[in-house]
Every structure is written in C-alpha cells, then in structure tokens.
Design a protein around this ligand. Sequence first.
Ligand SMILES: Nc1nc2c(ncn2[C@@H]2O[C@H](COP(=O)(O)OP(=O)(O)O)[C@@H](O)[C@H]2O)c(=O)[nH]1
Ligand SMILES: [Mg+2]
Length: 297
Amino acid sequence: MLEFVKGLRRTKEQLLEPLQGLFSSGKLGEEEVEELEAILYSADIGVEATGRIVERVRERARKGDGRGQDYLSLVSAELLSILDEAPPYSRPAGRPRVIVVVGVNGVGKTSTIGKLAARLKSEGETVMLAACDTFRAAAIDQLELWAGRSGVAVVRQKMGSDPAAVAFDAVSSAKARGIGTVIVDTAGRLHTRVNLMEELLKIFRVLSSRIEGAGLEAWLVLDANSGQNSLRQAEVFVRALPVTGIVLAKLDSTARGGIVIPVQKELGVPVLYAGTGEGIDDLEPFDHKAFVRALLA
Ligand SMILES: Nc1nc2c(ncn2[C@@H]2O[C@H](COP(=O)(O)OP(=O)(O)O)[C@@H](O)[C@H]2O)c(=O)[nH]1
Ligand SMILES: [Mg+2]
C-alpha cells in the first residue's frame, strides 16, 4: 500500500495541490469550474470522467453550500465510482494457467513477468516462464535473470526460434510437471506490428489446438508514461488477442497515473496490477480505493 502511494506521488502533485488551491476559497464560479476542467484534463483521466466530475461539482456549487473539503470528497467519490464501473477480472478456467504477456517494446513486460513470478510464488503457486521473445538473445538472458531472482524455471530455446514452439514446449513441460502457471514473455517490435500480431496469434493458435485444458489469456502491459498514446496502442492488442487484464507499468515515474481511468473505460478491460519501480517487489494489485486515496487524500 505504501509503495502504491509513493508510486503515485507525481500524479498526486499534479492533481491534489491544484485542486486544493482551487477549492480553498470555498467559492466556485464558472471561471473556477473551467479551471477544474483544465486540471482534470491535464491529469489524463479522459474526457468522459472529466465531464462527469465537473458536472457533479457544478451541481453542488449551484446549491451554494460546498466548502473546499466537500468539493474534494465529491471529486474522490466520483472518481471511485467511475473506476468501479470497470468490468471484473474473469480468469479463464483450465490448467495450467497460461498468461501470455504482450505489449510494445520497452513498456515493462519482462520486468512485470519477473515481479509477477515472485509474487505468485510467494502466494504458493508453482510458476514457469517461457522465453518467447526470441528476437534478441539479451531478451532471453534478461528473463533468465528475473527467473533466477525468484527461483522459478524458464523454458528457452536459441535466439530466432519460433515463439509458438517455445510456448508449446513450456506449456507441455509445465503440464507434465504439474506446474500451475506458465507466464509467457513475448517480443514487442512496433515497426513490424502486423507480423507481431500474427506471431502472437500463432502462440494462441498452437496452444489452444495442441494442448488440452490449458487456461489461456493475454495480459497487456502499458507504460503509464505514454498517456493517451498507450490507449491507441492498446486497442490494437485488445482487438486481436484475448486480453483479460492490463498491467500499468512505471506508475512511479509519471504524472499521468490518471490514464488508468480511460484505459479501463475505453478498452473495457480491468487494470490488475501496477508497476511501481524496478525492484522485484514493485508490483501491486491495482486497488481502486487505494488509488483514489493515494491521489486525493
Ligand atoms: N520506474 C520503473 N521502471 C520500470 C518499471 N517496469 C519496467 N521498468 C523499466 O523499463 C525498462 C524496460 O523494461 P522491460 O521489462 O525490459 O520492458 P519490455 O521491453 O516490455 O520487456 C527497464 O529499464 C525496466 O527496468 C516500473 O514499474 N517502474
Ligand atoms: Mg522484454
């Protein structure tokens, strides 16, 4: 919880302080409402959420009984209710559970997998990693380094191997060994996006046709720094693949944490975890109440 708060420090500075300043006088005319709108926009929470919050504040101002703190609680309550409208996470049935982690280059996929493996293992789950970013040798080594930190097995082949073949290998071996969860690392070359999607689809095709009973899902990693751009990126992945959840990485290094709101709203996929640093423990379940508290309290 503490890390989550720390991770959102920069977003909070961008949001809470200007809001406190705005609400401190207690009076809220049309000029202040416009400023409120500008502050909310700049926090990347999106057009729809901004519109709803502004409407609520305007209503309260019209009644003329709001003090500064009341406006702030109003903003918090509305934010929370918008977040709570996100669909619940629905985990596909089957064993082993296979989480194929996707997203463009550099967003934080491999780090997220390293952290997730450690977290699941500490919860008592048996975990295996599959090195399906076979594009660069360094990518395979990086995954192995993370696996070593949490003491989980990795299935790898040499650089340039077919990612779907590596995934098949890993899931078959996990099944034979009774391992509960396989986390699949993938490449994210943006300049060959069409090929990338085909490569990812092939992983799903091979696993679903050749392995019986596995619970297949894709988790999409987004870099919180990319703001609205990550939304456009995400649409491509969500349209093509069975994305059941989102991990928002690098929440600690951005003032754009508000992007969580349009991400869930526009993609219709819940944010499951947030990355809050580069260490193995820096992955936290995404909690709506804690998020709003970290931003506005
Ligand atoms: N500050 C911060 N850095 C992160 C986080 N997640 C990943 N990174 C860094 O982002 C860079 C790219 O991460 P990587 O996992 O290799 O991304 P990939 O290309 O998607 O696999 C690395 O330098 C990571 O240390 C995070 O939550 N916070
Ligand atoms: Mg990687």
